[in-house]
Design a protein around this ligand. Sequence first.
Ligand SMILES: Cc1cc2nc3c(=O)[nH]c(=O)nc-3n(C[C@H](O)[C@H](O)[C@H](O)COP(=O)(O)OP(=O)(O)OC[C@H]3O[C@@H](n4cnc5c(N)ncnc54)[C@H](O)[C@@H]3O)c2cc1C
Length: 491
Amino acid sequence: MISRPRHVVIIGGGITGLSAAYAVMEEAKKAHASVQCTVLEQDSRWGGKILTHATQDLLMEAGPDSFLTTKPAAIELCRALGLESRLLPTNAEHNQTFAFCRGKLRELPQGLLAFRPQRVDHFMRSGVLSVPGMLRMGAERFWPRPTRLPADESMSEFFSRRFGAEAFHNLLEPLVAGIYAGDAQELSIQATFPRFRELERDYGSVIKGMRALQARPPKNLPSSFPMTMFMSLRGGLGELTQALTGILGAQKVHLRLGETVQYVEPAFHDDDSHRIFLRDGQCLVGDALIVTTPAYSAAKILEQACPEFATILNDIPYASTATVSLAYQAESIRPLIRGFGFVVPRKEQRALLAATWSSLKWQGRSKAGEILVRTYVGGRGRDIILEKEDQEIGQVIQQELAELVGVTAKPHFMEVNRWHRGMPQYVLGHQERLSSIASLLQGKPRLYLAGAAYRGIGIPDCIKDGMQAGKEAIQGILGDHAPVSLEKDGL
Ligand SMILES: Cc1cc2nc3c(=O)[nH]c(=O)nc-3n(C[C@H](O)[C@H](O)[C@H](O)COP(=O)(O)OP(=O)(O)OC[C@H]3O[C@@H](n4cnc5c(N)ncnc54)[C@H](O)[C@@H]3O)c2cc1C
């Protein structure tokens, strides 16, 4: 037995895993503890779903294109990494979003996308709803709260119950689809937007609750630069993962690409270590283990040692989507497009979930004279389109852009990025699944599960979750002072 610095192993090099590694190093520094950290990523690049792709003329996001600022974790991390001057707000002059409904594109009220409408009376003027639909929606303020609130309900049940079926189908469903690529009849309101249920519980009405909250100042966001509801970075979100790997490398974190974890043998007792087996037969030994892969990969990794974990993790469903970037000559498309883009309600039975005029939404996404368009297809129950060839997908999209917006010009560039099982779905029963996972983790010292599959799929949620796991890992290992044996193949 020889003593060695404590070792934290993190599986997965997406934003959750990299944030976890960052927190591990920060917490170790604060505690003046010598800690080694290894991040294992099966792919040949860092970032997971975050994938910025630049050509000479275009800057494209194959995965996420921005993060929400009402949850501060992403902004705070950017500041800590020295990226404040790189933050990119959305363009002020095109700040509208549209929904395709009742035969044409209609402007949505501002703030609705973040489920914090600034002016509820904008609902009344948007033209998205018929007069009876508007009256029903407005009546939400007086709509009685059930005497006994159900423990959970689907998004569609909740929003239809509060705001009426038309508001749900025309306004709220496409926004849900945009965020989760999901089916609102399956998604749990409690797991996705618990705040709405809290507003109903505390104020008797969502609208009344939102109005009361608007009177309060926004959360502790820095005010030294222009802040919009969604932000990106000048060089795309890839800058964030690049900055993270840069700083982690400088702190001597072992950053290992192309390393697939086959399975793990988690510690069973407080003085045990975790063993992590790689595809090439190597075995790493870790005092703490943070698994940040998608739930189905975590299930595979843990299956052998903890089959009960695997069953629960495999129950978390995923949706598959594709983003398709198209570039047009500006003059052929500019007169036809307005705002940042549009969403399409599921009931319209279109292939498109959403389209973003990236060059209007962000500075520097294309050179002058070109317009970059980002479209989004697939989703829960609609992923059959991903089986088509790229060219066929492109044709479907072009046809819908022609029908919905009148764009008949041919793009001079197109790129399809498929995300098979890319979006976890927090369906009814998700909270119970999380509780079962938490109880199982109690019997596994210093094992942590974090990432998009659990407590939020947005980038700020993943950062917060990864950092929390990193902090807990340090607390877990520094609370235990016994020396750990160095295995032959360890590290
Ligand atoms: C198309 C799309 C658009 C999105 N748009 C937005 C948006 O605009 N804003 C927003 O906030 N969020 C958005 N999201 C959601 C957000 O991007 C993701 O939820 C988040 O990036 C997930 O991060 P993660 O680190 O938890 O998981 P991932 O990014 O999936 O990272 C997990 C990593 O684990 C690795 N891995 C898996 N198995 C193993 C193994 N056995 N061994 C080693 N490594 C393994 C994977 O290769 C992967 O790199 C979008 C997601 C998609 C797919």
